[in-house]
Design a protein around this ligand. Structure first.
Ligand code: ADP
Length: 785
């Protein structure tokens, strides 16, 4: 269950510090979205090792840092393994951090006195809890009995002593040497409701537990953790993980009290005691017993009531009869590996009743051992209430939300789409607990998709092709149906045959959604699993949300590339244009000398066209400067009236038809960029001339309202339809096609650039217009003098 709520993040190694003999603290810098509770475990994967390590490149560690600190610190004994070598000596180490694992953390009820007993480096989870309690000023009182072989080997001793000195509610008791009952009695003051937490080597934890029981402490008040980090680097990886998951007793949470207690009871009592115990549980718990092969030999009444099978139907069967296909194969393998090793397994399982309905149970399975070998298994389950389920769903949502947050941050920071897509796939697969996830990109032409990014698939990125035909592939079908597509069993799928990519990977269930593009879909995002899985509406929403985020990132990326192209293209166009202009001038001089009227006429026409071209290129350059935030402004105090008069004079030269009238009501100076404000007015006037071919006048007005000046350009031309008015200030917008054909020669940039300039001056630009009657463009600017 817990695995579903885990996240993986990439974290750089920040610091290494010696904290005791042969012991180091290693800290990683964590992103904000990665949330731990104090004391919990993290799995650390080092992508490449400095030296080979038979145990591989992963280890689980308890965190030593408070979850408040943005770095995750762990304590490491240097065992000279390849893994530790990399961790302690590697340069620029980046680790994949996964978690949280495990439940070894503070109880919810702060009223208990907490007694932590730590052996050696087992102190790490406690340090994390203590740091957290002190930083947050939480009302726990804590005594830590810290047992070490020698003072030199005691990690974090300085810091613990300091915390002891600074905090009233924390007491450190040190002990060097072997822990005995007498030491506990002498050093620890306990009361009825003290809760004991033990962490250290399995041996130390077990011995301490026995001592506490002998001292009359109830087992339900003892929480244990065999601290795997302390083990010599010899045990295979799986064993350390399993031992951690199965070995601790949960802190007494009220509604789970019985569940927590029962584990210990089962482990402690002899076989003959069990029957009485099971009897007592009959009304609340679902109890069953299987033989060593897993065949059911006993079920209680509650089992029958909840599973809706009769006793006859159950006895002689395997628990597989209840399997809901919700959990992965690995989940059951893990369960079996744990109990066949003689360890207790605890977890939450979704089961299927005879009538097809589902129910969740909090399950403990205890092996009964004879000479170290399991001879039977007793399982005790408590139905999980709806509230708990709702809580879990809520947690799941929160995790999904955090995945979306990570991805959007990454999309902003990382221009590399492929790595963003790969990460999205990894996080999606992980959050949903599936093995496969892929981004298939639609290729130009729309008849094929290419495997672009993903996890789980053994396929070459950028090379493996999937058909986009709707009968052939799930992706093709999704594109055609334009909505998310779900498969429950690919082998029974009637709508499409399914791509080789899916069949080759034995895929059974999955969902695919469209990653929308601007005009065509960008591609498909799909998740798959080899197990039968029924995806929920929430799963679909989550996947679609990730797809939308990716679509957005791809779009932004495309826009960015277009902008870059624009910048380069306009710059490159400008250079030859400058030399063309120089040659025109030379030719002009030459023709004048020769009195070549003909050439002079042609040259002046060429010159007009080249000037037009230069204007267009200047517009393009402005756009790319605006996009990259590099359009420069030089503000000065100047007379607006004089500027308007100059520009009218200039523009009047370009038209004989229109008389440009200036009604100047203010003779006001303003503080602004004169050149850029002039550019705005030139744009408005040239539009007024261009879009009013049959009119005979244009009126320019200036008016003062409070601390603002409003400049308006009124033409009596074709006007602008209502629905176009909201778009005319957009980049490259030119109204409908007909207008574009009737009034060629623009790029749809003038008004966009004008509005950017006005915005930069903290002013406003807008239009009032009626089709067939004309338009008034207004620009209002703060005077600022
Ligand atoms: P361009 O004129 O180069 O197409 P602009 O950004 O200056 O680009 O204008 C955008 C669009 O707004 C024009 O294509 C036109 O459809 C409309 N428009 C602008 N000014 C006027 C006007 N004075 N009268 C009618 N339509 C106008």
């Amino acid at each position: 269950m817990e695995e579903k709520n885990q996240l993986i993040v990439l974290a750089p190694l920040k610091k290494r510090k010696k904290i005791a003999e042969n012991t180091y603290e290693v800290s990683f810098k964590l992103p904000h979205v990665f949330v731990f509770k104090s004391g919990q475990y993290a799995r650390i994967t080092l992508p490449s090792l400095l030296a080979p390590d038979p145990r591989g490149n992963q280890r689980d560690f308890s965190i030593a840092s408070s979850p408040n600190s943005r770095s995750l610190s762990i304590a490491v004994r240097d065992t000279k393994s390849g893994f530790k070598k990399t961790l302690l000596e590697g340069e620029n180490v980046q680790a994949e951090i996964q978690g949280p694992f495990g439940l070894f953390t503070l109880p919810e009820d702060a009223s208990h006195h907490l007694i932590f007993i730590a052996g050696g480096i087992g102190v790490t989870p406690f340090l994390s809890m203590i740091r957290f309690v002190m930083e947050e000023k939480l009302p726990y009182t804590i005594t830590l009995l810290y047992v070490n072989k020698s003072q030199d080997s005691a990690a974090y001793l300085k810091e613990l002593r300091k915390l002891d000195g600074e905090n009233e509610n924390f007491l450190l008791k040190e002990h060097v040497g072997h822990l005995t009952k007498d030491v506990i009695k002498e050093k620890v003051e306990r009361s009825e409701d003290s809760l004991f937490y033990l962490a250290g080597t399995p041996q130390m934890v077990n011995d301490t537990k026995d001592m506490l029981l002998e001292l009359g402490i109830e087992l339900k008040n003892i929480t244990m953790e065999e601290f795997s980090g302390y083990l010599k680097d010899v045990e295979p990886q799986a064993a350390t993980v399993l031992s951690k998951e199965s070995s601790h007793v949960k802190p007494a949470k009220k509604d789970k009290k019985l569940g927590a207690g029962i584990e210990g009871e089962l482990a402690r009592r002899s076989l003959s005691d069990l029957e009485a115990l099971l009897q007592a549980l009959n009304n609340t718990a679902i109890v069953s017993e299987t033989n060593a092969a897993g065949t059911i030999t006993f079920v209680n009444d509650k089992f029958i009531e909840i599973s809706k099978y009769s006793r006859q139907e159950l006895i002689g069967q395997n628990h597989r009869i209840l399997k809901s296909s919700f959990h992965s194969k690995a989940f059951y393998e893990n369960l079996w590996a744990t109990i066949t090793r003689g360890r207790l397994w605890r977890g939450q399982i979704k089961n299927k009743a005879k009538d097809g309905s589902y129910y969740w149970v909090d399950t403990s399975i205890a092996p009964i051992l004879e000479r170290g070998e399991p001879i039977k298994y007793i399982s005790v389950r408590f139905p999980i209430t709806e509230r708990q389920q709702a809580e879990e769903q809520l947690q799941e949502r929160a995790k999904q939300q955090s995945v979306l947050t990570i991805l959007s941050q990454e999309a902003l920071a990382n221009p590399d789409m492929t790595s963003l897509f790969d990460n999205a796939c990894r996080l999606l697969a992980q959050t949903l607990g599936v093995e496969y996830c892929a981004v298939l990109k639609l290729l130009p032409g729309g008849i094929q998709l290419v495997y672009d990014a993903g996890v789980g698939f053994n396929a070459e990125k950028g090379k493996t092709i999937v058909s986009a035909e709707s009968q052939e592939s799930m992706a093709g079908y999704t594109l055609a149906s334009k909505e998310p597509v779900i498969i429950e069993d690919l082998s029974n799928e009637a709508r499409f045959s399914g791509s080789d990519l899916l069949h080759d990977h034995n895929i059974m269930s999955g969902i695919s959604v469209i990653i929308h593009g601007q005009e065509h879909p960008y591609g498909i995002l799909e998740v798959h699993t080899m197990q039968k899985r029924i995806f929920t509406a929430e799963d679909i929403n989550f996947i679609q949300a990730v797809a939308n985020l990716l679509a957005n990132a791809a779009r932004n990326q495309l826009d960015k590339r277009k902008d870059e192209f624009l910048g380069i293209a306009s710059h490159e166009l400008k250079t030859p244009l400058t030399s063309i202009k120089t040659f025109i001038q030379l030719l002009h001089k030459h023709s004048r000398r020769q009195n070549d009227e003909h050439s002079l006429l042609f040259l002046s026409r060429i010159n007009t066209q080249v000037n037009k071209m230069a204007e267009l290129i200047n517009d393009l350059l402005d756009i790319s400067r605006i996009n990259s935030g590099k359009l420069e402004y030089h503000d000065n105090l100047f007379s607006l009236s004089e500027l308007v008069e100059d520009i009218i004079r200039e523009q009047q030269l370009t038209t004989q038809r229109h008389k440009i009238i200036f009604e100047d009501k203010v003779k006001q100076q303003i503080y602004a960029d004169k050149f850029r404000i002039g550019q705005v007015l030139i744009n408005l006037l040239s539009n007024a001339i261009k879009y009013a071919p049959d009119a005979d006048k244009i009126i320019v007005r200036t008016e003062k309202q409070g601390d603002k000046i409003t400049l308006s350009v009124h033409d009596f031309g074709i006007g602008i339809p209502k629905k176009e008015q909201q778009h005319i200030f957009d980049r490259f917008y030119q109204g409908d096609i007909k207008k574009r054909e009737d009034f060629p020669g623009g790029l749809g940039l003038g008004l966009y650039i004008s509005s950017e300039i006005v915005k930069r001056h903290k002013g406003q630009i807008w239009v009032e217009s009626e089709e067939g009657k004309g338009s008034i463009f207004y620009v209002s600017l703060p005077i600022k003098v």
